[in-house]
Design a protein around this ligand. Structure first.
Ligand SMILES: [Zn+2]
Length: 145
């Protein structure tokens, strides 16, 4: 049952954008079906092998690949470090997420968004891909790494 939407990520599959926030559809569907929260360390994959499948019965939980988590630091440690760094920045998470959403929707170029924040295009690229300024309050945010 492949998703007919427009946005996909290579690892997480179909994603949807709501109010500038990005949600990995399979995580949402899995949690609704099982009524259980997924841990950061767990990922959801379709058992049927269809890359963009979202059939609730095909979604199975498995541990996220260890290289994805990062070797030395636990997710909670990374979150603390990220929050400390973000508290010092001259812009807010809301601003970053708003620009991220506009870049994902193609309303704004990375170069223009980088100028808004006064950061490099590389940094903006990392923000858009969820590698920097990850929104830890949103468990469905996707990562393109
Ligand atoms: Zn399937």
């Amino acid at each position: 049952m492949p998703w007919s939407g427009k946005f996909f990520k290579p690892r997480q599959g179909p994603v949807v954008n709501l109010d500038g926030k990005e949600y990995v559809l399979r995580r949402v569907i899995y949690e609704v079906r099982t009524r259980k929260k997924l841990a950061q360390s767990e990922s959801v994959r379709p058992s049927c092998g269809e890359a963009n499948c979202i059939h609730p019965q095909h979604l199975t939980k498995e541990p996220r690949n260890t290289p994805l988590i990062g070797r030395a630091r636990l997710p909670s440690t990374r979150e603390k470090l990220a929050r400390a760094q973000q508290a010092k920045a001259p812009y807010s998470m809301e601003e970053v997420q708003a620009l991220r959403g506009r870049c994902i929707r193609g309303e704004l170029t990375r170069v223009a968004a980088a100028k808004c924040l006064g950061v490099s295009v590389e940094t903006m690229e990392r923000m858009v891909n969820g590698l920097a300024w990850r929104d830890f309050s949103n468990p469905y945010q996707s990562l393109t790494a």
